[in-house]
Design a protein around this ligand. Sequence first.
Ligand code: ZN
Length: 302
Amino acid sequence: MNDNMDLFGAIDAGGTTFKCAVVNACGDILERQRIPTTTPAETIQACATFFSGFSQAQAKGLSSVGIAAFGPLDIDPKSADHGTILKTTKPGWSMTPVKQAFSKALGLPVYIDTDVNGALRAELFSGAAKGCRSAAYMTVGTGIGAGIFVNRGFSGAPSHPEFGHVCVKRHPADQSFEGLCKFHGDCLEGLASAAAFEARYGDPKQLPADHIGWQIEAFYLAQACINLHLSMRLERIILGGGLMQAEHLISLVRSQFLTLNGDYLSIDDAAATRLITLPGHGHDAGLMGAARLAMLGADLEW
Ligand code: ZN
């Protein structure tokens, strides 16, 4: 290791796992650990132990820590609750002051943003949206969320979008499922999250690629993409999260996106492939975004 290089802590704080890593100024991951998301106190302590252990072993402290966290999250630097997870369905986590807790546990500057904004930062800087002036990152996991970068800033600031809860029209073969969203039933997240998919079709890894469930899933995700694109004319729409690990899904989404577009905008197959894409950083998009936050040393600024 280059001893002169600053080291940063990165945390991709998810509802199931907190992925922690120590990253150098080049963005190389030097060490990483996955910590199950249990209670806030236990989870935060386990993460702090990982970072402290690394610092002690290397006899070198971290400069700062970045967190890309599940939400809803208060990301307004002027708010008294900045860095706090707001009312959430995740048991025990509502009103957890994540930023403050890590700052106290580690004695370091801590910078925080949403998981999808974090992932989008990394994708804009060095991933699938590098060089783009506008882009969105949508995660399709236990829930659905999107970070959107337009007009030189993150959409929704000083709060963040709740794009997972937009309305979608039903697939003709998916009329009876009520939807899983506790608040809206059959919103986008209620119909197309990994949890909603599993509720109807079981383990996605066991489902054949030609099962109609994939067509139905792609129909909802394509609606999300066309709504994002028609609203903001984005240069990239990056689809990440657990369900996108199904390799055939992205091409189904592009295909249904073109059908929904109906030749309105001039988008051919090649353009749709450029527009709708997987993360350049793969599973590490959130983690690299958290590292980017730590390096930038700022919460909301790009
Ligand atoms: Zn909803």
